[in-house]
Design a protein around this ligand. Structure first.
Ligand code: 5AD
Ligand code: SF4
Length: 469
């Protein structure tokens, strides 16, 4: 497929005058916005760039390539990118004065949604690359280095994941004992508030063999916990090793067989795709952590309909009952939007009631943000900002109370903790509870990668303190 090009503008000196460092000494600075899938994608891009001679750096000032992996989900997220590009423009000009080139790339969902508009608004940008074409990054960069401006937002016909290089084993070992693994990408649900179907495209599931191979590589390098990612992860399906059609439940059982992988998680799910086999996996699979992020967005049937969520509040509550019957210690998490067009006080009260009924262990809540190109943005009855603010405050106060209550309920209990990294304070290490809370322990409690039994002694704001049981 062709690369779209735009004429290069003159930031600082012309490209030919700048010192282009040879491969292997080039440095890339990657900044990630948004969701976990972007974190995963940034890692894969960094891996692809390593084979192209770029070493990762944390110091933006010394970067030959700055890559912003962006998020388009809410207006604020997208605006952050443009203000960052303003700062980068100055850095780039300073570097040019010193005779060094700094290429600037925008990847991710803003890249996909806005394409060439980004270069028009921020002329310091040299390349724009959408999420479906990351495997073409080295080719795109070669062109950009020769002075072309590139916009690469086509949906690739070839399988991106087949073409993205895997990191070396030694590199994987150096990384964390937890890892993300994208199994599904895109979304066909078209909730009326959401840009994802437009930025990430339609639903694609990665094949079983690819997923198993990647999970095995991770486990072989010492990874103990894998979180399967997808915008609609529980819609994942594929032909299994037995030639049967597998769903996510079956895939989880298969991954649990991999030696060394002690913990599995998945995110984010849609209530409509929680099938019996997946619920059974929560009952029968000890490796599947008792934590489920299951966004409902609203507790009002009228608003759920307007959002095109395709279920009612009571369907969600019934589903939660079935999941809790399968695994009674499961912690539930959700996403909420307040101030969707037409939301009345009564609709909002229905959301508060649903939150009371479910009792969440954690949750994320947002003010509705109209996104260009989505049906919600065109709807009448947009809710005033002040009303959104007030509702968000009330909802967040309730969710925070529930979260703290959940933490407090664990004090005195003995639980498993995966030790993940050194603590911020000397003498401490930080682990992770089955319910995703950070657990602070004495550094001598175990080594990174160990799963230890600890007794919870007290709670912090968002964390737990524990001692060896
Ligand atoms: N406005 C506010 N929140 C949104 N989300 C998605 N789109 C919007 C929007 N336009 C929230 C939803 C989703 C989470 C990832 O972000 O709650 O589950
Ligand atoms: Fe942001 Fe959604 Fe894209 Fe993730 S999928 S990067 S949250 S817009």
């Amino acid at each position: 497929m062709e690369l779209n090009t735009i004429e290069r503008d003159d930031i600082g000196a012309a490209a030919e005058d700048l010192v282009v460092p040879p491969a292997a000494t080039r440095k890339v600075f990657v900044k990630t916005y948004g969701c976990q899938m972007n974190v995963y994608d940034s890692q894969r891009m960094t891996d692809a760039l390593a084979t192209d001679g770029y070493a990762a750096t944390d110091a933006i000032g010394e970067a030959d390539l700055v890559l912003l992996n962006t998020c388009h989900i809410r207006e604020k997220a997208a605006e952050k990118v443009y203000s960052e590009l303003g700062r980068i423009r100055e850095l780039k000009a300073e570097r040019a004065k010193a005779g060094r080139e700094m290429l600037v790339g925008v990847a991710g969902c803003v890249a996909q949604a806005e394409g060439a508009e980004i270069i028009r608004r921020s002329p310091a940008v040299d390349l724009v690359i959408g999420p479906q074409t990351y495997h073409r990054l080295p080719a795109v960069l070669a062109k950009a280095r020769s002075g072309e401006k590139i916009v690469e937002t086509d949906y690739a016909v070839e399988d991106k994941f087949e073409h993205l290089p895997q990191p070396k084993r030694a590199e994987l070992i150096r990384r964390a004992v937890t890892a993300f693994l994208t199994v599904q990408e895109g979304c066909d649900k078209f909730c009326t508030f959401c840009v994802v179907p437009y930025t990430r495209g339609s639903e694609v599931s990665r094949p079983v063999a690819q997923i198993v191979a990647e999970a095995e590589r991770l486990a072989d390098a010492g990874v103990r916990e894998v979180t399967l990612l997808g915008q609609n992860v529980n819609a994942w399906h594929g032909r299994g090793e037995d030639s049967e059609e597998w769903g996510l439940g079956r895939l989880l059982f298969r991954l649990a067989e991999i030696p060394g992988l002690a913990r599995l998680r998945y995110t984010t799910s849609h209530p409509r795709d929680m099938d019996d086999e997946l619920i059974a996996a929560h009952r029968d699979l000890p490796a599947l952590m008792p934590y489920l992020h299951l966004p409902v967005q609203s507790g009002s049937d009228r608003i759920l309909k307007a959002m095109n969520r395709r279920h009612m509040a009571k369907d969600y509550l019934t589903l939660i009952d079935r999941i809790r019957a399968a695994r009674n210690d499961i912690a539930l998490s959700g996403d909420f939007i307040v101030g969707f067009p037409g939301e009345t006080e009564a609709d909002f009260e229905a959301t508060m009631q649903l939150v009371e009924d479910v009792n969440y262990a954690s949750a994320f809540s947002f003010k509705y943000s109209p996104r260009p190109g989505t049906p919600g943005a065109e709807m009448n009855d947009q809710v005033p900002e002040a009303v959104k603010d007030e509702r968000l405050q009330r909802l967040q106060a309730l969710l925070l109370k529930q979260q703290q209550h959940f933490g407090a309920s664990l004090v005195g209990k003995t639980i498993d903790t995966l030790i993940e990294k050194p603590g911020r304070q000397a003498g401490q290490k930080v682990g992770r509870s089955p319910w995703l809370q950070p657990v602070i322990v004495d550094e001598k409690a175990g080594e990174i990668g160990d799963i230890i039994r600890v007794r919870i002694t007290k709670t912090g704001y968002n964390s737990l303190f524990a001692e060896l049981a």
